[in-house]
Ligand binder design. Structure first.
Ligand code: 13P
Ligand code: SF4
Length: 303
């Protein structure tokens, strides 16, 4: 089937199922093209919490669909590719987190949404890359356990007076970028601003001209007077960057900026998800209720 006929099939099935398709900016271009809403993790959580449709098809990775199921348990949440996970989310486990909490009884746990429902349930509040600094600065505690992203945690620790205890997780995609990549690219594209995601290593973040979540990078690009930008986040963002800012030229900071998990979902998978109502994501009620508190506090604070 061509992409066009698959897109038509998806459109028809979406109506029949009363479904909404949500996609992260890192998804394949053709998947972003059929989505009703594309966004960063924060935007997608908000959309999932307020969706009016009966079915949410989540084109992203498992923790994102899980968050939708936590926030909207009355809806059917579908993850089109069952194996799309996030290696960083798998770097933190409940037992380890409990141990760390025991060592720091006064600390509050701020948990990046890139984590399992069970880890969220063990945390005081969630954050995303676009609100992590605000969340840490606004939570009532002087000591913070930040999990699982050590790079985002380091970025936050430099923007707060609080003590931030870091979990040693990282995004395998953004962690691949090295300071040497910045030096190399800046020699080729002189006087071109470098924008990076805070999941990058501290030495990369330090050398960048702008640091932000995917939505913040898109906003920066829209408002920038520069004709050319060097982009330090997953390559899927180029689809939206080109759509929103067509006259500008974007260069990828490193060829390693590709997340295999985000690229697993195809148009065929989206069509099959709607046709066969698979793969349904749900969270055990006791865990869900606790995890919802942490996610809900984030959404409240953000408002
Ligand atoms: P944001 O969507 O918050 O920019 O996070 C990027 C990411 O790595 C999602 O997996
Ligand atoms: Fe996980 Fe990184 Fe892929 Fe996002 S880009 S899903 S954090 S591995």
């Amino acid at each position: 089937m061509t992409n066009e006929s698959l897109a038509n099939k998806i459109k028809r099935l979406k109506k029949e199922r009363n479904a909404i398709i949500l996609a992260h900016y890192y998804q394949n271009d053709e998947v972003q093209a059929v989505a009703d809403y594309t966004g960063d993790s924060l935007g997608l959580s908000r959309k999932a919490a307020n969706a009016k449709e009966d079915v949410i098809v989540f084109c992203g990775v498992d923790f994102m669909a899980e968050s939708a199921a936590i926030l909207s348990p009355q809806k059917t949440v579908l993850l089109p590719e069952r194996n799309a996970g996030c290696p960083m989310a798998d770097m933190v486990d409940v037992e380890g987190l409990r141990e760390l909490k025991k060592k720091h009884p006064k600390a509050k746990v701020v948990c990046y949404v890139n984590s399992s429902a069970a880890v969220k349930a063990e945390s005081d509040i969630c954050c995303t890359s676009s609100n992590a600094v605000d969340i840490v600065n606004n939570i009532e505690a002087e000591q913070i356990i930040f999990t699982p992203d050590q790079n985002l945690g380091d970025y936050v620790s430099k923007r707060t007076d609080k003590e931030v205890i870091l979990w040693e997780g990282f995004c395998i995609t953004h962690h691949r970028v090295r300071a040497a990549d910045i030096e190399k690219v800046s020699k080729i594209h002189t006087n071109t601003p470098i924008v990076v995601h805070p999941e990058c290593r501290p030495e990369v973040v330090e050398k960048a001209d702008f640091v932000g979540s995917t939505a913040q990078i898109l906003e920066f690009a829209r408002n920038s007077k520069d004709e050319k930008l060097i982009i330090g986040t997953e390559m899927g963002i180029l689809y939206k960057l080109k759509e929103e800012s067509p006259p500008k030229t974007f260069y990828l900071l490193s060829q390693g900026l590709i997340c295999q998990n985000m690229k697993m979902t195809s148009l065929e998978d989206v069509a099959s998800a709607l046709e066969e109502m698979k793969y349904q994501i749900s969270v055990e009620e006791e865990v869900r209720v606790k995890a919802k508190k942490a996610l809900g506090r984030m959404l409240e604070l953000n408002n």
